[in-house]
Design a protein. Sequence first.
Length: 323
Amino acid sequence: MGTHRVDRRDLLDFVRDDGLELLLLSCPDAVVVAGEGDSVILFSGSAEWLFRSDPPAVLGKSASDLFAPGEFDRIRRAVETEGAVRGMAVRGRRADGSEFPASVSAARLSDRYGGAAVAIFVRDRTAQEELERELSERNERLRGLVVRLNEAAQRDPLTGLLHRGAGLARAEEAFLEARAAERPFAVVLFDLDHFKGINDVYGHLVGDRALRRLANVIAEHTRRGDIVARFGGEEFILFLPAANREVAAAVAERVRTAVARLRLEVEGLHLAVTVSAGVASVPECAPTLLEAIHVADTRLLAAKRLGRNRVVAEDLEEGDQAA
């Protein structure tokens, strides 16, 4: 970094002449000055503590020994290019070989004879990095908590399914995607048969068990990408993207059959439950999602009138709907 040797006497004269001696002694950052051949010619008290080295073990040695491999070359190149650097992130190296995160500011020095040196101010960033890491981890945990809380807010507490509003919102997004791709979109409405009678005879706890069992059966028969929600008290809705009415009716029938095989044990008795369903699809049965839900609801009512425990996937004549 120059051909003229900058010895310690020249450097101390420089410091005294500029009134910086007190600053060097009181500076909380480690101060290292490297002269000709990158040898260390000044090593401050703070540097002794930071690098865990005594001046006799450092003075006259290469300043690169104080940094991880390649780091001092980065500092030197930056100083030669920019004249000074501020806040450069580097890895320092202590006398025992352990490394630590550091922030470096450096600049060129010249003595009265034109000799060149580089002054390096080193600040330990260990505590700062630990704080940044802890803050990052806390932020990540907080983001995860927000996601879980948001998900929980969209769930029905009894069944764990999406509640009506969340289900409709997700279905609307899926419907728009299906329509853009010119794919069908099906809807199935389920209703647990004689639910009021179950509550009246066996109590609400048994009724809650029946609702949870129905919710589980519907969820077990869904495909990846299907959306299930609790639509009302004993009503559940299933949205099937890219499915036509025939596919949706087959799914509804499998759910109906599985529910019919269920038995709820109540005080030694085995209670049978059944479910009715109405099926509709876009564009086969209706032009929009809301109209398809309305059609599915109308067909669900028809299934109820026909005696329950059945799936209705088409419009029926008035006479056909008689109980």
